[in-house]
Design a protein around this ligand. Sequence first.
Ligand SMILES: [Zn+2]
Ligand SMILES: [Zn+2]
Length: 347
Amino acid sequence: MFEYSSVIHVHSKYSDGSGEIPEISRYANEVGVDIVLMTDHNTLRPLRDGLEGWYGSTLVLIGTEINDQKNQNHYLAFGIKNTFDNRLSAAEYVKRVKEEGGIGFIAHPFEKRNHMKEHPPYPWTDWTTDDYDGIEIWNHMSEWMEGLTEQNKYQRFVHPLKTVERPNEESIKLWDKKALERRVVGIAGVDAHAYKQNVFGFFEVEIFPYKVLFKSLRTNILLEQPLIREPDKLEHNKKLVYEALRGGRCYITNFYHADSKGFRFFAEADGKVFLMGESIPSKIKEIRLRVNLPEIISEIRLIKNGEHVDSIIGTEALWQIQNKGVYRVEVFIDNNPWIYSNHIRFL
Ligand SMILES: [Zn+2]
Ligand SMILES: [Zn+2]
């Protein structure tokens, strides 16, 4: 497998971000981000303006963050050519994305934030739909703002990376529950805007520079073939990335703690290998779940149907499993959440 580190959910000047796409890509390049997935609000203009493609060693792909007319229900959509009429309900546009062959993720589904009037929360409300591919279970901006208080705001502005600790608990719960029914892909989003704002009353600060955020939450994607760094291979590369995301061949990592490249979680059964996002046929009686980590001793937690059932300290883990369930792993460095794999379903 070929592993690529991606940053998902980024806004540019095409909507309410403060950076131009070439500038954003340069920052991504500087901190070793392989893929950036842009998501400006309700527009695919950067796609039509030809901004998709390679910027140095970073591949930039253009999706959009759709919301309905009341600015509710934010949805990250990729692989579609046009945006939709914003009078459509969330359930309708989620369906349209699917029908057009795109992929979509519910953004910050349980967002709660009350500190800044100009940035109210935008939780997902339309749960009648079941056509989404995945959920953004960890959103940097939401978590950062959720914990903001009058007392800690200076500290949080100065240390934007230290103050982001763990995915949203309700999102994780929903993700594990839905996984019992079908594959639901978990991703992380940075929700980068680099807002320029007069926060303290006397000087303007940027919350947060793109480059700082690009060192935090990433979604690392595993591909069966490498990306090809040639301009005429854009469609080929795009297809590889989107199919891996759709299939759940990816995991979430907080790059701030360490580079996780080399992490693998897979199952072996019947002489075959099953990757994250895959389902193991129910007739199989026993499977082996394996984890490999880069050379960093960590706590590897096995999560079955949402419950933490075992921990192994080290750089690898192996479990013999007979019981049916949906399995994923979480990896902690010094009690800090570092990696969240996608599920392997054995039902
Ligand atoms: Zn949003
Ligand atoms: Zn956003």
